[in-house]
Design a binder for this molecule. Structure first.
Ligand SMILES: Cc1cc2nc3c(=O)[nH]c(=O)nc-3n(C[C@H](O)[C@H](O)[C@H](O)COP(=O)(O)OP(=O)(O)OC[C@H]3O[C@@H](n4cnc5c(N)ncnc54)[C@H](O)[C@@H]3O)c2cc1C
Length: 236
């Protein structure tokens, strides 16, 4: 079945970092979605030229409101425009929700590991927010890889004292003062710390740039995780 394009009006924009924004749109007739799903966004220029890109939904379903998280990619065609130029009140088109595998459902009871690289946190943030909204008791563990402390998104959602959510942030270029882990890419040790808190069937959700997703998934398999439990979303 072909999904319809719907009009989406920008109603809120909030900074997440120097180059990343949260964008809230209202989409009349939005059918709802599951945490982890994404949309296609279509922009149409005055001369009819169109560009389409995918963006994950950053929040659980909330009537006709949807929230996206956009990292402006240097020299990108669409992301810098969405992040900083699309004026409040302006419309784009969205199609979705898309993707039925990279989702978390509130009926799931196993402990969960979320592994995010940079903007790959977006769909995982929707899962964290849905988990909290559902008052789920299933433990959530988040391993979040970012370049520097200034690149951390969603401070409010990551640090609100939820006893069922552990968050570990690893820095690839610059760690905060006093950090015991030197800056660097994800290592087996970073991932191994979680393995004894998971069940063999626990799902692991890995999201971010393709290289990050492949490295993290390979490390998890090397550590003994069943590949069938690893769900991935690649941002390209
Ligand atoms: C399922 C899915 C969900 C996604 N969700 C999100 C999301 O929630 N938030 C988000 O910010 N992006 C997300 N993306 C990525 C997004 O679709 C675009 O690829 C991204 O915004 C770049 O588009 P652009 O038009 O600005 O750049 P383009 O004009 O398409 O590319 C410009 C240059 O940037 C490079 N590039 C493209 N994408 C990236 C990237 N992600 N990182 C680094 N360099 C890149 C290209 O190789 C090219 O050299 C998602 C992608 C997929 C497939």
């Amino acid at each position: 079945m072909t999904l319809a394009w719907r009009r989406a009006r920008l109603v809120e924009r909030h900074p997440q970092s120097a180059t990343a924004r949260s964008l809230v749109f209202t989409v009349p007739g939005w059918p709802g979605h599951l945490p982890g799903q994404h949309v296609d966004v279509r922009l149409t220029a005055d001369d009819g030229y169109q560009a389409v890109r995918s963006y994950s939904l950053a929040a659980p379903a909330d009537g006709d409101r949807i929230e996206l998280g956009v990292q402006a990619v240097p020299d990108g065609e669409v992301s810098p425009y969405l992040a900083d130029e699309l004026p409040p009140g302006a419309e784009v088109e969205v199609r979705g929700p898309l993707g039925n595998w990279f989702v978390w459902r509130s009926e799931q009871t196993e402990p969960v590991l979320l592994v995010a690289g940079g903007s790959g946190l977006v769909p995982l943030a929707a899962m964290i927010r849905a988990h909290r909204q559902a008052e789920s008791g299933s433990p959530f563990h988040l391993l979040y890889s970012v370049r520097t402390p200034d690149d951390v998104w969603y401070h409010d959602h990551l640090a609100d004292g939820d006893p069922t959510l552990d968050v570990r942030i690893v820095y690839t270029r610059q760690a905060p003062p006093g950090s015991t882990r030197p800056p660097g890419r994800l290592t087996p040790k970073d991932l191994d710390a979680w393995s004894n808190r998971l069940e063999p069937v626990s799902p692991v959700y890995v999201c971010g740039p393709t290289g990050f997703v492949e490295t993290a998934s390979d490390l998890l398999v090397d550590l003994g995780r069943d590949p069938a439990t690893i769900r991935t979303e690649r941002f390209g």
